[in-house]
Design a protein around this ligand. Sequence first.
Ligand SMILES: [Zn+2]
Length: 158
Amino acid sequence: MATFVCSGCGGQFVGLAFNIGGEKYCEDCYNKKIREIENQSKEFEDLLQYLSEIFGILQIPEHVCSQYKKLVQSGQYTYGGIKGTLYYIYDVCGYYRAIEYSAIRVKDFYSEAKKYFDEIDKIAEENKNFIDSLEVCTVKMRPPENTKRKPKYNIEDL
Ligand SMILES: [Zn+2]
């Protein structure tokens, strides 16, 4: 029986390998990899959708698609991160919308956008803590001793 080394986990396996793009995988890693690829293509579709929205065009030019694919393939960018960066560039900073230069812009602004979102997360977290500390000050109300007793005030007086 042939053995192979899995490109995913590095383990040695006996039998037939599962192939993806010339790489050999064990069954577990193969399934994981397939899910990853499916997720990525879904994220890519999401990104294309988003690009259509922000640039107001139906079809994203092929060379622009491949610019974005290359960014992700470099391992330094994710589709989600790219989407956030595009939002930062055009909606937060208000830069002129030109799809031709958008992938280059993403490269330039990626870490700045990340900082921006980290800051927002931090503020959101602080606000959450603030609200939590407010909840400590809840007003305690004693239930009326006699529920049938009429209140001492008239509703009109309030
Ligand atoms: Zn494996």
